[in-house]
Design a protein around this ligand. Structure first.
Ligand SMILES: Nc1nc2c(ncn2[C@@H]2O[C@H](COP(=O)(O)OP(=O)(O)OP(=O)(O)O)[C@@H](O)[C@H]2O)c(=O)[nH]1
Ligand SMILES: [Mg+2]
Length: 322
């Protein structure tokens, strides 16, 4: 199973306690205070790693707790720091706390997500001119505790965007060895599917995502679930079912653009082209020329089912990448 979103619970270590202690030496009945400070609690650290590919391992481990700092000792000894806990995540993971972005792991780096508590001060630290034998010490500070959501955004080069049933999965199965489910009804694809495509001396990853519908950006249908997967792609192919004629194509195009725009302007900044699919069902073979006048991008006419016109789309991707 493909897990691309999960929650984890993290608890950084509490700080160690400071202690009350007095020096005891022979011939020095009234030794000064020598209670040491507690050590710092362990941090929870998340590291982005190239060699980790999924969030699957969190299925079995969701709770992470770092060690408490050691308590202070007599003779001004500071307690040992609690050991940090390091959690590895794949690149492309976004970490949030209650909807607030903590970090977006796009490269290999480590970030502290929950801080261990400071160690409490021992009584030696409270010694002053007026109080030479303080009997107070502090408890260690509590470590931070958090519930975090981890979200993996797929990193693909090309995203397929279209209404349900447009033939996105069919197209992916034709250009790659991916075998996504294909069926004559909407919402066949429920989670994203990646295909690896080799073309000439180039290769790239194409992401097939669930169909989007009008209102999707406001949470309708599968809601925002899908669009976040194409946020990171470089190019978008708008796959449109051409079999219902020119007016429907235009309407569909507007819906796709509106939903993308509502989701984020960034999606509209991506280079894109329109792929008119199911051309085997269309009489007007040069309908693409009319569509071209309406949209501000290249238009290709294909039949994924009959494998017509596929090469020209791959050529477009190939050229965009030069
Ligand atoms: N006639 C014809 N049918 C096609 C073509 N491409 C896809 N289909 C059919 O259209 C239906 C939907 O295809 P899918 O590839 O599952 O469509 P999808 O866009 O992935 O759909 P969702 O996953 O539901 O969003 C299937 O019955 C396909 O066989 C085509 O070029 N011509
Ligand atoms: Mg599909």
């Amino acid at each position: 199973m493909f897990i691309d979103r999960t929650r984890i619970y993290v608890e950084a270590g509490d700080g160690g306690d400071g202690i009350v202690s007095f020096r005891r030496e022979r011939f020095m009945p009234k030794g000064g205070p020598d209670g040491g400070n507690g050590g710092k609690g362990g941090d929870i650290i998340i590291c982005g790693r190239k060699n980790v590919n999924t969030l699957y391992h969190f299925k079995f481990k969701r709770f992470f707790k770092a060690k408490k700092g050691g308590n202070g000792g007599s003779n001004n000894k500071t307690g040992a720091n609690g050991r940090d806990v390091v959690i590895d995540v794949p690149l492309g993971t976004v970490v949030k706390e209650g909807g607030r972005l903590l970090h977006d792991f796009t490269e290999e780096e480590c970030v502290v997500v929950a801080r261990g508590g400071r160690g409490g001060r021992g009584n030696a630290a409270f010694k002053s001119a007026t109080n030479r034998a303080p009997r107070i010490s502090e408890k260690g500070e509590e470590g931070e505790k958090k519930e975090l959501s981890l979200e993996l955004k797929l990193i693909a080069d090309v995203g397929l965007v279209g209404l349900p049933n447009a033939g996105k999965s069919t197209f992916l199965s034709v250009i790659s060895r991916a075998r996504p489910n294909i069926a004559p009804y909407p919402f066949t694809t429920l989670s994203p599917y990646l295909g690896y495509v080799r073309y000439k001396e180039d290769d790239f990853i194409v992401a097939d995502i669930p169909g989007i519908i009008e209102g999707a950006s406001k949470g309708k249908g599968l809601g925002l679930e899908f669009l976040r997967h194409v946020e990171r792609t470089t190019f978008l192919l708008l796959i449109i079912d051409a079999s219902d004629g020119f007016e429907e194509i235009k309407k569909t195009y507007d819906i796709l653009i509106t939903e993308m725009k509502n989701y984020s302007e960034g999606l509209l900044q991506k280079r894109r082209c329109v792929v008119l699919n199911k051309m085997d069902l269309v009489e007007e073979k040069d309908i693409g020329d009319r569509v071209k006048k309406e949209v501000q991008c290249d238009v290709f006419s294909i039949s994924a089912l009959k494998k017509w016109g596929i090469e020209r789309v791959l050529e477009w991707i190939y050229n965009q990448r030069r």
